[in-house]
Design a binder for this molecule. Structure first.
Ligand code: CS2
Ligand code: MG
Length: 408
């Protein structure tokens, strides 16, 4: 059996998805997601210029050897661009393998460990009242877990993932005005004085049962993160995410020594080598890798197994950064993983997105119910895809009030 061709598509409804389709001489095809948010053309070029020409003629069933060929075979390894491209190949090969077996992918991992996988939604507000309305809406929809992000009083501009105006629920993650980023001003002092009390008010309003998550988005210094984690302990967060930038992993040791607030990290990790020490030293509670950025299902399964040895649960990244193909890969991993924790999930289900990626994965009462169709259980409509093309976009950049560059 041979791979005969592979094609890359960039574009989508309101979002640039990078979709890989691998074709075989057995008539079965596989799909993968190589979307690297706001850098979409780069994994697409890596696939088209280097990986696909090598892939043609390979036996798609040897997904492990193909993964090793592209990982070990590249002298300059890792990094988000290369790993997103390799991640898409790996997902597509698992899709082919499960279709050949006539089984939903989770069966190849060891079957189902649960009926539904709990997800968390994103509640956001320009101020605390606005955020309370947003949380209440998700609770009414049946969500059991909600990530909460709030505008900070006196902060000169909207902070991470909050709207500039009350009632505007849009996420300010990507601005499609072009490749020049929008500027946000960040003030740690205002955040530290406001956010712990706001989280306490949210807990008081919604009671003990709601799982409350919060994303610090790499904005704090290690000592500040420790202070914050300690201050929010009474709120009993489900997790505090990315308290500090991921490069300095010892920072998490400091945070850990000062508090029992659960720590989640990993959405920017590309390999097991980015998190093996954090897992083995039990410095985190949730690992947030994504099948796309971390190089596919093959390496993510290894990370999940390592995490399981150290009481670390999964909480895969699921921002709109990923297409329904990556989210399908996560749905199968979540159905199987013995150490499943939670799945980030944003309602992508616009009619346009559903038409481009038809699937039977379902969402009910804040849980994803995995599809039983053979393979990943998601398709890609090329006629629909022809309606879209690449739109340049950018994440905002962040500066302190005096102009110093800060972490987005
Ligand atoms: C975020 C992401 O979902 C999350 O937890 O941190 O939305 C992140 O900002 C984007 O994926 C960046 O592209
Ligand atoms: Mg995050």
């Amino acid at each position: 059996m041979q791979i005969t061709d592979a094609r890359v598509f960039v574009g989508g409804p309101g979002k640039n998805y990078v979709t890989l389709k691998i074709l075989t001489d057995a008539g079965v095809y596989g799909l993968g997601d190589a979307t690297l948010n706001n850098r979409e053309t780069l994994p697409a070029a890596y696939l088209r210029d280097y990986l696909i020409p090598n892939l043609i003629g390979m036996d798609p069933r040897n997904s492990e050897d193909i993964w090793q060929f592209f990982y070990r075979g590249a002298y300059f390894r890792r990094g988000p661009i290369a790993m997103a491209a390799l991640g898409a190949i790996d997902m597509a090969l698992w899709d082919i393998k499960a279709k050949l077996a006539g089984l939903p992918l989770y069966q190849l991992f060891g079957g189902k460990s649960r009926e539904g996988a709990m997800v968390y939604a994103h509640a956001t507000g320009a101020d605390l009242d606005d955020l309370m309305d947003s949380i209440a809406w998700y609770v009414e929809q049946g969500y059991q877990a909600v990530r909460v992000q709030c505008g900070i009083p006196g902060m000169p501009s909207a902070s991470y993932a909050v709207p500039e105006h009350k009632g505007a629920r849009r996420h300010y993650i990507t601005d499609y005005a072009g490749i020049r980023p929008k500027l946000e001003i960040w003030e740690t002092d205002r955040y530290m004085r406001f956010m712990p009390d706001a989280l306490a008010e949210i807990r008081a309003r919604f009671g003990p049962r709601l799982h409350i998550l919060h994303d610090v988005h790499h904005r704090l210094l290690p000592r500040e993160a420790a202070e914050f984690a300690k201050a929010v302990e009474p709120v009993r967060l489900f997790w505090m995410e990315d308290p500090t930038p991921a490069e300095d992993q010892d920072a998490l040791r400091l945070v850990r020594q000062h508090s029992t607030t659960p720590i989640a990290i990993g959405e920017v990790f590309n390999a097991i080598w980015d998190c093996n020490r954090l897992i083995e030293d039990e410095l985190i509670d949730f690992i947030r890798v994504a099948a796309t950025y971390a190089g596919g299902i093959t390496p993510v399964k290894r990370i999940v197994d390592l995490a399981g040895l150290h009481h670390v649960r999964t909480g895969f990244h699921g921002a709109p950064s990923h297409s329904p193909i990556c989210m399908a890969a996560h749905a199968h991993l979540n159905a199987w993983a013995p150490n499943f924790g939670i799945q980030e999930y944003l309602v992508l289900g616009t009619p346009e997105c559903d038409a481009l990626f038809p699937s039977e994965h379902r969402m009910e009462n804040g849980m994803v119910l995995v599809s039983d169709a053979p393979g990943l259980g998601v398709d890609f409509d090329e006629t629909e895809a022809a309606r879209y093309s690449y739109e340049p976009g950018s994440h905002p950049v962040v500066r302190l009030p005096d102009g110093t560059m800060w972490n987005y």
